[in-house]
Ligand binder design. Structure first.
Ligand SMILES: NC(=O)c1ccc[n+]([C@@H]2O[C@H](COP(=O)([O-])OP(=O)(O)OC[C@H]3O[C@@H](n4cnc5c(N)ncnc54)[C@H](OP(=O)(O)O)[C@@H]3O)[C@@H](O)[C@H]2O)c1
Length: 332
C-alpha cells in the first residue's frame, strides 16, 4: 500500500508531495502510526521553506513537528494497536521524520496517549503552539502570580502560541492585553478573551529606559527582541514573564534592573523537551479547555498539498490562529 507524504529534497524546489510505501519509512522506531491530523508551527515553516536550519536529519526528509492519529503496530504496551495518540516535539520533524506523512514510523518516547475527551483533530488545533501556551500559563501560576495582580500581556497575539495564550489566560481568570500587528483581528482576539488590545508598534522598538512605568503583571512573549525588551522594562514588581519565542528575532538587549530592583522573573519555556509528567499533565488541562471552548474558530484546515504555501504565509506574519493539516484523504 502506498500513501502520500510531503518530502524535503535537495534542489531549488525543496518540498514535494511523494507517494511512499512503508519500506521508504525510517527503520528505527517502535511504533508504526497512521497520521490523521498535523499542524504547522513556525519551526515547520522554517523547515519546509528552508529559511531556517531546522532539519537535522539527512535529505530526503519528512518534516512536521506535530502529529495525531492511531497506532497501527507497536511493541510498547503503553501504546496498543488501535489506540489514539498525540505527539509534539522531542525532535520529531527536526531530527527524525515527522507528521507530514499519512503513515509514519517513530519512537514511542515522545508520544502521549490521547487524553480522555480530546479528539485527535482538536489536539492538532492545539499542537505545539497550544501546548507551549499551557506551559507558559503554568509557569505564571507556579511562580505565584495572583489573578488580580494586573494585566497580562500576550505578544504575537494572533499567532498560534499567542492565540492559545490569550484563550488559556482568560479562561484561567487573568485580564489579558493582546499585542498584535493585525488591525483587522481585534474581534477575533476579543472572542478568545482579550480585554485590551494594543498595536505591535507600541513595544516593538524596544525599551525607552531600563525601568519604565510599570504596566504588566506578567507576559507570555512569543516575539522576543524589542517587544521582550520593552516588556521587561515595564513589568511590575515581582511580575512573571514567560519567554517562548522569537518571531521578531533572537536578540535581547536588557539590563539587570528589572530583575534586581523589581524582582521580575523571566522564565524560559521549551516545549520540545518538556519532561513526561509535566507533558501529560498539560495535555489533560488542554483536554478540559477543548471540552469547554469550540477550538474551530482558531483553525484553518488545509490538505497536505497546501502546506508549502501556508508556510510562506506564516513566515510573512500573516497567520491568524493555527493551520490544521488534514491527512485523512491521502491514502492511495
Ligand atoms: N519555546 C517553545 O517551546 C516554542 C514552541 C512553539 C513556538 N515557539 C516560538 O514561538 C514563536 C511563535 O510561534 P507560532 O507557532 O505561534 O508562530 P505564528 O503562528 O507564526 O505566530 C507568530 C506571531 O508573531 C507575530 N509576529 C510575526 N512577525 C513579527 C515581527 N516581525 N514582529 C513582531 N511580531 C511578529 C504575529 O502576530 P501579530 O500579527 O498578532 O502581531 C504572528 O502571527 C516562534 O518564534 C516559535 O519558534 C516556541
Amino acid at each position: 500500500m502506498s500513501f502520500k507524504a510531503l518530502v524535503i529534497e535537495d534542489g531549488p524546489q525543496r518540498a514535494h508531495i511523494r507517494d511512499l510505501t512503508r519500506d521508504d519509512l525510517p527503520n528505527s522506531g517502535d511504533v508504526l502510526v497512521r497520521v490523521d491530523w498535523s499542524g504547522i508551527n513556525y519551526k515547520d515553516a522554517l523547515a519546509v521553506t528552508g529559511k531556517g536550519k531546522i532539519i537535522r536529519g539527512d535529505l530526503p526528509f519528512v518534516p512536521g513537528i506535530d502529529l495525531a492519529g492511531t497506532i497501527l503496530e507497536s511493541s510498547n504496551p503503553e501504546f496498543p494497536d488501535g489506540s489514539s495518540f498525540v505527539s509534539t516535539g522531542w525532535g520529531v520533524g527536526e531530527a527524525t521524520w515527522g507528521g507530514y506523512s499519512r503513515i509514519q514510523r517513530l519512537s514511542s518516547r515522545g508520544l502521549v496517549p490521547l487524553p480522555e475527551g480530546l479528539t485527535t483533530r482538536d489536539s492538532m488545533i492545539i499542537g505545539t503552539a497550544g501546548f507551549t501556551a499551557m506551559l507558559s500559563l503554568q509557569a505564571i501560576q507556579t511562580h505565584g502570580l495572583p489573578k488580580n495582580a494586573g494585566e497580562i500581556l500576550v505578544t504575537g497575539a494572533t499567532g498560534g502560541v499567542g492565540s492559545f495564550s490569550v484563550l488559556l489566560l482568560s479562561k484561567a481568570g487573568y485580564p489579558v492585553t493582546a499585542m498584535t500587528g493585525k488591525a483587522a483581528a481585534h474581534e477575533y482576539l476579543r472572542s478568545l478573551g482579550a480585554s485590551e488590545i494594543i498595536s505591535r508598534d507600541v513595544l516593538s522598538s524596544g525599551a525607552h529606559r531600563p525601568l519604565d512605568k510599570a504596566r504588566w503583571a506578567g507576559c507570555i512573549d512569543s516575539v522576543g527582541a524589542g517587544a521582550l525588551e520593552a516588556t521587561l522594562s515595564q513589568t511590575m514588581r515581582h511580575g512573571v514573564v514567560a519567554a517562548c519565542g522569537l518571531a521578531a528575532g533572537p536578540e535581547l538587549n536588557t539590563t539587570v534592573f528589572p530583575f534586581i530592583l523589581r524582582g521580575v522573573r523571566l522564565i524560559g519555556i521549551d516545549s520540545n523537551t518538556c519532561p513526561h509528567p509535566e507533558r501529560r499533565a498539560a495535555w489533560k488541562e488542554l483536554a478540559i479547555v477543548a471540552s469547554e471552548f469550540d477550538l474551530t474558530s482558531l483553525a484553518t484546515t488545509i490538505d497536505l498539498e497546501a502546506v508549502p504555501q501556508a508556510c510562506e504565509q506564516i513566515l510573512a506574519g500573516g497567520i491568524q490562529g493555527r493551520y490544521l493539516v488534514d491527512l485523512r484523504n491521502t491514502d492511495l
